[in-house]
Design a protein around this ligand. Structure first.
Ligand SMILES: [Zn+2]
Length: 99
């Protein structure tokens, strides 16, 4: 199911918890989904047409627009979607709760 999210603000200094060294690594560990380094994946943002290799995805902090608790989730997004300030749809199954 698609859900409307936005990038969370002031997350640049947040570091993933041990033993993860990247937010993509954290997302892979928690989601159980392993991204292949040599495969291009479509950016999961609903209206984004970018396809990227794993190294070009950012593990982004997002919040559900409808969730007033402002709980944060991690999802891989392309670098341009990591910068966007609008709302966009993603598959809710891809959201991993942030630590
Ligand atoms: Zn994108």
């Amino acid at each position: 199911m698609s859900i409307l999210v936005k990038n969370a603000s002031n997350t640049a200094d947040l570091q993933p918890p041990y033993p993860y060294s990247t937010w993509i690594g954290y997302w892979e560990g928690k989601s159980g989904i392993k991204l292949d380094a040599n495969t291009k994946y479509n950016c999961p943002a609903g209206d984004c047409k970018n396809a990227c290799y794993k190294k070009d995805f950012d593990g982004c902090h997002v919040q559900k627009v409808s969730d007033y608790t402002h709980k944060m989730y991690i999802i891989p997004l392309c670098s341009s979607c990591n910068q966007r300030t609008d709302y966009f749809f993603v598959d809710e199954n891809l959201l991993v709760p942030a630590p």
